[in-house]
Each structure stands twice: as structure tokens, then as C-alpha cells.
Design a protein around this ligand. Structure first.
Ligand SMILES: NC(=O)c1ccc[n+]([C@@H]2O[C@H](COP(=O)([O-])OP(=O)(O)OC[C@H]3O[C@@H](n4cnc5c(N)ncnc54)[C@H](O)[C@@H]3O)[C@@H](O)[C@H]2O)c1
Ligand SMILES: [Zn+2]
Length: 375
């Protein structure tokens, strides 16, 4: 097992990455000195897979738990489901010392974390992420929240978990498309922070695609370490934390204009990161060779690397970029790479450059990827 510390003073916590961790949840919670009652919040896909094991492990350690099941998918990240969760917690008489276990992907983590942050003005919670995206990204760092009709993640809080348990075995049942989408965030960490990680991904992509447990453990732990380092320096995103949004300006806009239907988040930010790499070449002088390495790695991960937009879609994309909540004073700022492993945030990019980069013809291999990714 690998252990990563998230150093945030009194709010510090550990991330444990390894196999067969679900069985240890009870013991871990006992060690974290939590109250005797808890609610496991999970979704309808994940509950039948892992709910019983988690409940039994908690029972063995003397905890009384209730499972609160929400529908799978982004629509559960809503104020309506927050209220339904509150009602369940109240019905199960959870008190200030009780705690919540978020068992599932990023949707469950964000929802359950927000419920924990606000129920009785805040009760402890632990994250048990079961998607690759949630293990390397959403379960770490304390951003919790839900969507409004007006946009994603518009209601939320910074609220850190007491513990994160990444059980690698849970990834075995993850659909291949979801798994690959998670790899887009993994590659991101290499680009923004760690050239060595990027090289390791280049060497081990096949093993990673085969979900090799040993390779996964090292890589997931490294991603968590990077996120922890960034968050420890800038918990509430006043500066550095923005680097985690590499590829997300265009990625988020793509998700928005396709009404969160066509692309998974990881797929949208795969296209977004390649576009950001091309902009980086133009604006920060990222080497052409590195731009190609970046594109190639996303391609090998089976992720989409390009899109073709008509003029109407271009307009919508720009409008969506301007609506992104990270835009200040109407100016779109980008995270751009100087080299693989080193990025700069707050980079102004001329609209013309964005247009040019998005209008580049679809490269030969990109069109092959689309069919590859659909498998
Ligand atoms: N808080 C943050 O810092 C942060 C960061 C990135 C993303 N997010 C949020 O995370 C969400 C996306 O998370 P996600 O990609 O994990 O999606 P998700 O939670 O919707 O999970 C994807 C799908 O996989 C299923 N699933 C989960 N684990 C499984 C398993 N082990 N086996 C089989 N199926 C499984 C789920 O039921 C769901 O259908 C978005 O709402 C996004 O905004 C938050
Ligand atoms: Zn992301």
C-alpha cells in the first residue's frame, strides 16, 4: 500500500492507495476516531458492487451504517438530491459526531462531500473513490459541490475529507470508456508538474491500459501526491491551484456546448489539453516535439484528440468559454506549458489564436481514434 499525506495543518489527512482496501474501511474509520453511526452515500451502479463489503467492514469495527443510494450520473449532483440526502441522514438520526462515507465516482464524492460539509454545519466524511478520475482527482483536495441549471459546480464548499481510500480492485469493473477518461487527468499531472511521470506514462501506457495493479498503484499515488502538493500550497485556488485546470478551459466549454452528452469530462479535456499544448507552442514556445508527444500519448490512451466544429459551434464554444466561472473581467486566461512538466497559469491568449488552433484540420490519426475510443 502507498500512503500520501495531504498537509493542511489541522485538516491534514492521508490518502491510501492499494488493493483490498474496502475490507479495511471499518478499521481505518476506527483509527480516525469517528462516531459510531454513519451513512454510506453511493449510486445505484456502485452499491450492488461494493456496498455490502463496505457495510460489513464497518459493522466488524462496531459501526452502524445505513446506505443512501442515489441514481448514477451527473443529474444526482443537484440541490434536489442534497435535500433527499439530508432527509435520509435525519431519518437515520445522524448526529454531529456521525460521519459519511462517499462510495463511488466523482459525482457521489462531490455530492456526499457537500452534504457532509453542510449537514449540522458539517460532519466528518471519508472518500472511497471507485473511478480512476475520482481516485486521482476529485476525491483529493476538498472541492465539493453540486450543479445548478445555470451551470456546473456553481454551489459548493472547500471541505476536506478525513481520509481517502483508493482501492485499486474497484477499478476492475469500471467501463473501459470511463477508465480511459480517467487517464486524461493522469496525463495532465505529467504535463503540468512532472516530466518523469510523463515519461513513465509513455513507457507504461500498455500496462496501464491493462490495469496492471502494480503500475496503477505507483501512478495513482504519484498523481495524488502532485494534487496534494498543489492543494497544500493553494487550498482555495487563489493562484497555483489553477494549474490543475490545464486543458479545462476549452474542455469545459466543449462539455457545455454538447450539453454534457457527447463527451465524458476526460474526453473533453483530452481535446482541450491538446489544444492548450498547441497554444503553448505558439505563445510560450513549447517545443514542437513535446506538442507531438502530448498528442501521441492521448492517442495511445484511446482518447479523442481533435474535433471539427462548424462556424455556429465555434461561436457557441467561445460564448461558453466566456461563461466559465474561472473567467475574470471577461478575459479568458489559459494554463499553458513551457515544457512538459512545467506550466504557467493566467496566460492571456488572443482569440484569433484559439480560433486558428481549433480550426486546424483533423489529423490523420485523430480520425482513427474516434472509432477506437468508442469500442
Ligand atoms: N471535486 C473535484 O475536485 C472534482 C474534480 C474533477 C471532477 N469532479 C467531478 O467528478 C464528476 C465525474 O466523476 P466520475 O468521472 O468519477 O463520474 P461518475 O461518478 O459519474 O462515475 C462514472 C460512472 O461509473 C460508475 N462507476 C463508478 N465506479 C464504478 C466501478 N468501480 N465499477 C463500475 N462502475 C462504476 C458510476 O455509477 C457512473 O455511472 C463530475 O461531476 C465532476 O464535476 C470533481
Ligand atoms: Zn478535470
Amino acid at each position: 500500500m502507498r500512503i500520501v499525506n495531504v498537509p493542511l495543518g489541522q485538516r491534514s489527512y492521508l490518502i491510501k492507495v492499494g488493493a483490498a482496501l474496502l475490507e479495511t474501511i471499518g478499521r481505518e474509520c476506527a483509527r480516525t476516531q469517528l462516531g459510531k453511526r454513519c451513512a454510506i452515500i453511493s449510486d445505484r451502479n456502485v452499491t450492488p458492487l461494493f456496498g455490502k463489503r463496505v457495510k460489513e467492514s464497518l459493522a466488524r469495527a462496531g459501526f452502524e451504517s445505513e446506505i443512501v443510494v442515489v441514481p448514477p450520473g451527473e443529474t444526482s449532483k443537484s440541490v434536489i438530491w442534497v435535500e433527499k440526502c439530508y432527509d435520509e441522514l435525519a431519518a437515520h438520526r445522524l448526529e454531529r459526531k456521525s460521519f459519511i462515507v462517499a462510495l463511488g465516482g466523482g459525482v457521489v464524492g462531490d455530492l456526499a462531500g457537500f452534504v457532509a460539509a453542510t449537514y449540522l454545519r458539517g460532519i466528518p466524511f471519508i472518500q472511497v473513490p471507485t473511478t480512476l478520475l475520482a481516485q486521482v482527482d476529485s476525491s483529493v483536495g476538498g472541492k465539493v459541490g453540486v450543479n445548478l441549471r445555470a451551470g456546473k459546480n456553481l454551489v459548493g464548499a472547500f471541505y476536506q475529507p478525513r481520509l481517502v481510500l483508493c482501492d485499486l480492485d474497484t477499478l476492475r469493473t469500471l467501463p473501459v470508456r470511463e477508465y480511459r477518461a480517467g487517464l486524461a487527468e493522469v496525463i495532465k499531472y505529467g504535463i503540468i508538474y512532472d516530466a518523469e511521470l510523463f515519461e513513465r506514462l509513455e513507457r507504461e501506457m500498455e500496462k496501464l491500459l491493462g490495469r496492471d495493479a502494480k503500475v496503477l498503484a505507483g501512478i495513482i499515488a504519484r498523481c495524488c501526491e502532485i494534487k496534494a502538493e498543489v492543494v497544500a500550497q493553494d487550498e482555495t485556488e487563489s493562484g497555483l491551484r489553477a494549474i490543475l485546470n490545464f486543458g479545462h478551459t476549452i474542455g469545459h466549454a466543449l462539455e457545455a456546448i454538447s450539453h454534457y452528452g457527447k463527451y465524458l469530462h476526460g474526453e473533453a479535456i483530452s481535446i482541450g489539453q491538446i489544444a492548450a499544448a498547441k497554444l503553448s507552442r505558439e505563445i510560450l514556445g513549447l517545443a514542437g516535439q513535446d506538442t507531438e508527444r502530448i498528442e501521441k500519448l492521448f492517442h495511445r490512451a484511446g482518447l479523442p484528440t481533435n474535433i471539427s466544429l462548424n462556424q455556429g459551434q465555434h461561436k457557441k464554444l467561445f460564448a461558453a468559454m466566456k461563461l466559465d466561472k474561472k473567467v475574470s473581467a471577461g478575459e479568458i486566461k489559459f494554463v499553458l506549458a513551457r515544457r512538459i512538466g512545467e506550466v504557467e497559469f493566467g496566460q492571456k491568449v488572443p482569440t484569433a489564436s484559439i480560433k486558428r488552433i481549433l480550426s486546424l484540420p483533423i489529423t490523420h490519426h485523430a480520425s482513427r481514434i474516434t472509432s477506437h475510443a468508442r469500442r
